[in-house]
Design a protein. Structure first.
Length: 252
């Protein structure tokens, strides 16, 4: 998922995806409640994605929407559902994630995963930077390493619900949580298992431009007001127009 990224960063990201994937689905477009939102990114960015994918041997599909996305939930749901077609596993990655692993070893490890396991977790590291931060969460992440769900077995009915990290799907005829269900209710939880191979996501969120970081800050400030009002993150027809706050750093 991407929108308005530096072409050089997109090239690095796609090369990282080549370390694990056969196919790349790149979904363009901004959210309705994002500063200076446009429906698609400048054409150079899609061209960079296509060229780099070809260089590393990835099949490549680029989806360009016809209107702005309601928000992160809608865009991620669309991406998960579309990526699940003809896939065994889905490696979910944002445009500031760079996957570092040896393709041969990573793929061998994934192929050996038991059929009862549907979610694989890996480490993610956020390098420090002198740039400003979008939120207090980004500040806390600087210089740290966490373990997060990253590889999801392709199951029917994959979607994102209410918040952009709440992934669900259908297994054995019932809906289950695939990610972060500790803060959600209603479905059984599929427990993640650690991928048993050296595999690291470098999270370069603090190495974006100051303009990108401040836009993200304003977006999150508005998003948290939407969550407080509606219990979910995306834009709704009944909501007020966003007034972007570029100064407040929310703790999250």
């Amino acid at each position: 998922m991407w929108w308005n990224e530096r072409p050089a960063d997109l090239e690095t990201y796609v090369r990282g995806m080549g370390n694990v994937a056969d196919r790349l689905l790149a979904v363009d477009g901004a959210y309705r409640r994002y500063p200076n939102a446009t429906i698609t990114s400048p054409s150079e960015q899609a061209e960079t994605i296509r060229r780099t994918a070809a260089e590393v041997g990835l099949e490549c599909e680029i989806y360009e929407p016809s209107e702005l996305w309601a928000g992160q939930v809608e865009k991620r749901s669309f991406t998960l559902e579309r990526a699940s077609h003809d896939s065994d596993w889905i490696a979910v990655a944002d445009a500031d994630w760079v996957i570092q692993t040896k393709r041969k070893f990573a793929r061998e490890a994934i192929q050996k995963v038991k059929s009862t396991i549907d979610v694989l977790s890996v480490p993610i590291y956020t390098p420090r930077s002198t740039m400003p931060v979008a939120t207090g969460w980004h500040r806390r992440m600087a210089g740290t390493r966490q373990i997060i769900p990253h590889l999801f077995r392709s199951l029917p009915g994959m979607r994102v619900e209410k918040k952009h990290w709440h992934y669900s799907a259908i297994k054995n005829g019932r809906r289950v949580w695939m990610w972060n269900a500790a803060k959600a209710t209603g479905y059984p939880v599929l427990q993640p298992h650690r991928l048993p191979v050296r595999y690291l996501i470098e999270h370069r969120t603090l190495h974006r431009t100051e303009e990108q970081i401040l836009a993200s800050r304003a977006f999150v400030n508005d998003r948290e007001l939407v969550v407080a009002e509606t219990g979910q993150e995306d834009d709704l027809p009944s909501l007020w127009r966003p007034v972007f706050d570029y100064e407040t750093v929310r703790p999250l």
